[in-house]
Write a protein that binds this ligand. Structure first.
Ligand code: ATP
Ligand code: MG
Length: 252
């Protein structure tokens, strides 16, 4: 994806070896050895520059996002712009390979930012130009947008259920869905599993329609009978059929 004119002014481009980026590449503590290794990995991914800018501030630098495992920043490879997830040095895993394996299964089901490539310390993927669902829900949302976003999320959850991949963190939906326009993207597959029973629709449905901060804000705009939602979710949980799924969708 190319940088849109709207955002071009708020992002600054830096060569990958620019001093401003050293702490981003080896967050939270600098290591010369790791830094040099990581520059080589970026070259192998064809990444030539990174763009500071975005909604999250990290040590005085704006970035796209931050979690316990990774720092996410816009990156340029060839003519395209991607999201680059950088493994933190204090992450509870040595490589990003397992996350990529699970994310690949999600992509095959048509879910998640499209993966481009990866190394041990980096994942290069489609950049989602959106905001977390919790920030989105805090803004001025229309009934039409809200319905469309909920349907988009639940359809993706249904696809994951069909594919046998349990995301694992959709009961804490706040930072695991990015909303862009009337669409949504489920992100971060590090806790996903092909072994656990799938509960994507159940977990997301619960946090979108039944309880928690996001559900409270959504149901204020788009009234949905709580008891009916709980019943529909229960029925689907035990028998994950399309008919039961559509009975849930029909409530919103
Ligand atoms: N493809 C993407 N496009 C744009 N922004 C993204 C993308 N992927 C992640 N982000 C941003 O970066 C943040 C951190 O990403 P992610 O959740 O994958 O990291 P994490 O370290 O695994 O987080 P956590 O500690 O919650 O598990 C997200 O909340 C989101 O704001
Ligand atoms: Mg994570």
């Amino acid at each position: 994806m190319n940088l849109s004119a709207r955002n071009a002014s708020s992002f600054s481009e830096f060569q990958i070896d620019a001093p401003q980026l050293t702490k981003i590449l080896t967050y939270p503590r600098f290591s010369q050895e790791e830094y040099l290794l990581r520059l080589k990995e970026l070259e192998s991914l064809g990444v030539t520059s990174l763009y500071t800018g975005g909604r999250t501030m990290l040590d005085g630098i704006r970035i796209a996002g931050k979690g316990c495992v990774g720092i996410v920043i816009r990156a340029k490879s060839g003519k395209n712009t991607y999201a680059l997830k950088i493994r933190r040095l204090d992450a509870n895993r040595r490589t990003m390979r397992d996350e990529v394996r699970l994310h690949t299964i999600a992509n095959a089901a048509g879910v998640g930012p499209r993966l481009e490539s990866c190394t041990d310390n980096f994942v290069l993927m489609e950049f989602i130009d959106g905001q977390s669902i919790i920030d989105w829900a805090r803004g001025e949302i229309t009934q039409e947008d809200t319905r469309s976003v909920i349907h988009s999320i639940l359809e993706q959850c249904y696809s994951l259920d069909r594919a046998g991949l349990d995301h694992g963190e959709l009961s804490k939906i706040d930072n695991h869905v990015l909303v862009h326009g009337q669409k949504a993207s489920i992100i971060d597959f590090e806790s996903a599993s092909t072994i656990r029973k799938t509960s994507n629709v159940s977990a997301a449905g619960q946090s979108l329609l039944v309880s928690g901060a996001v559900a409270n804000m959504i149901t204020r705009v788009l009234p949905c009978d709580r008891e009916s939602a709980i019943r529909a979710l229960k029925t689907y949980k035990w028998d994950q059929t399309r008919v039961n799924f559509e009975n849930l969708l029909a409530l919103v």
